[in-house]
Design a binder for this molecule. Structure first.
Ligand SMILES: NC(=O)c1ccc[n+]([C@@H]2O[C@H](COP(=O)([O-])OP(=O)(O)OC[C@H]3O[C@@H](n4cnc5c(N)ncnc54)[C@H](OP(=O)(O)O)[C@@H]3O)[C@@H](O)[C@H]2O)c1
Length: 335
């Protein structure tokens, strides 16, 4: 049997249980060019919330009644393909399902199957590449500069900050709890990490960033952006990777329209604010993987995973991801 989670309806704000449905189906014959997979780890990522909305975005929404989109690491259990054989470990956008039957065209072999497989969905996968590509193309880190990273304990943020350390930056993380902040400092080696829920967060941020922020890595948006923005230095670079605090609230209005002032400061502070999507840099994929793997093997990239067991717990884990309940790269272990 294959068990899969389909999108039943579109959420207005937070994704609700009723927006999803678990469906069971019999496995069918593997046609030429197809591969029968057994999923091992399913990835949960913030972008999936965007795919639940209709309307304009950089990618098409998931159609109602179809399987939720997502990447997974899987084992080939039957193959009718010349490229893959039984026992291969592969990665691809095979969706929220336990036994997907897929075209050989949407999967590839895991880059280094000797490393822990889950890493292919985190530090050595799409989130790690996001960090690398955003830092190399937009952040452009230089020795002695101050880099501020939001959602610092997460899949992307943890790699961004560690790349910052490799390049000799003074790295300041921002995270949602004391426990996360301590982990970011003590385990990941950031110079500082502040808990944005602490009363004196803004004051401490100002003290630490007295010389100005050279790079602000935006993962969160909203209040975190508002707190860091006054500290941007001249020629600051702001890779806009994500704005997770706004994903459940598409019509969010700020109390005050700060856009005209931001535009003025873009000019007078000569800021570079640039959104980017990792999948739009395919030519840098291999370079990113090689650097990340090398740094990992040299002990320069530490990581933390938050592994939830079973497809039945996937929706709840996804709802938690959009509230910050996860601590590290969120994965669903299914087989
Ligand atoms: N542009 C791209 O190509 C690309 C690719 C991958 C990811 N992204 C983006 O990168 C960001 C981080 O993704 P990730 O995979 O690394 O996830 P993650 O950091 O592992 O998990 C999300 C984290 O965001 C924070 N968060 C969640 N809800 C929040 C809220 N309402 N307000 C403030 N913070 C909240 C939480 O951390 P705290 O508890 O510390 O607040 C949570 O742990 C997301 O915005 C994602 O969309 C972009």
């Amino acid at each position: 049997m294959n068990r899969k989670i389909i999108l039943k309806s579109r959420p207005e704000k937070e994704p609700l249980n009723e927006n999803f449905q678990i469906i069971e189906e019999e496995l069918t014959a593997v046609q030429p060019g197809q591969v029968q997979l057994k999923s091992i780890y399913l990835s949960l990522d913030p972008y999936m919330r965007g795919r639940m909305n209709a309307g304009r975005s950089y990618a098409k929404p998931v159609e109602l009644g179809t399987v939720m989109e997502g990447e997974a690491v899987s084992e080939v259990i039957e193959s009718n393909s010349d490229t893959f054989k039984k026992g291969d470990v592969v990665i691809g956008r095979t969706g929220w399902q336990t036994m997907p039957l897929v075209s050989e065209k949407i999967i590839e072999k895991v880059h280094n199957p000797d490393l822990p497989l889950s890493l292919a969905l985190g530090t050595l996968g799409m989130p790690g590449r996001t960090a690398y590509i955003g830092m190399m193309n937009i952040g452009n880190p230089k020795k002695g500069e101050t880099l501020v990273v939001s959602a610092a304990s997460g899949a992307v943020g943890s790699v961004v900050g560690q790349i910052g350390k490799i390049y000799g930056c003074n790295v300041v993380g921002v995270a949602g709890s004391e426990v996360k902040a301590n982990y970011v400092k003590d385990e990941l080696g950031f110079d500082h990490c502040l808990n944005y829920n602490e009363d004196n967060f803004e004051k401490k941020l100002g003290e630490i960033c007295k010389k100005g922020v050279d790079i602000y890595w935006e993962n969160v948006g909203g209040k975190t952006f508002n707190s860091v923005y006054p500290h941007f230095g001249d020629f600051a670079r702001i890779p806009v990777c994500g704005v997770i605090s706004m994903y459940n609230n598409q019509n969010q209005q700020l109390e005050e329209d700060r856009l005209p002032m931001l535009f003025r400061n873009v000019l007078t502070w000569r800021l570079r604010i640039q959104g980017f999507i990792v999948s739009e840099f395919p030519e840098q994929k291999l370079e990113a993987m090689q650097h990340l793997e090398k740094w990992y093997l040299e002990g320069k990239l530490k990581y933390k995973e938050d592994v939830v067991e079973g497809l039945d717990n996937m929706v709840e884990a996804f709802q938690g991801l959009l509230r910050g309940d996860n601590f590290g790269k969120l994965l669903i272990k299914v087989n």
